[in-house]
Design a binder for this molecule. Sequence first.
Ligand SMILES: [Zn+2]
Length: 118
Amino acid sequence: MRCKYCNEKCATDFCGYDCMNKYESHYALVKKYAGVFFLGVLGPIALVVPMFFFLEYMFLFVVVIFIIPAITTMALPFCPQEQVDYSGLKKTIHQCRLAGFFIIIMGMSMSLLIALFM
Ligand SMILES: [Zn+2]
C-alpha cells in the first residue's frame, strides 16, 4: 500500500497525520471551489464566439482564453482521481501546476505570433 498523499510505501492509507491532513484539506478545497474551477476552465471557451467579431483583438482573446484556465488550474489544482490514485496527490498537484505554467507560455507565444502576423 502507498500513502495517498506522498505516494511513499506505508501500511495504511497515509504515512502520517501530516499527509492525511494535506489530503483532506485538498478535498475540502475541491468541494468548496469545484464550481469556480469549472467556470474558470470552461468559461473562457465562451469567449471564442465574440472573438470572431473582434478579430483585430484576437491576440487579447487568445491570452484570456489560455491564461484564465491556466491560472485556475494553478490556483486550484484539481486533477483526475485516477491520476491521484496512481501517483499520489502531492505529485499530481505539482504536475497540474506545471501544466498550467506551460499553458500560460503557450498562450503567450500564440498571442505574440497572432499580434505579429495578423
Ligand atoms: Zn505520506
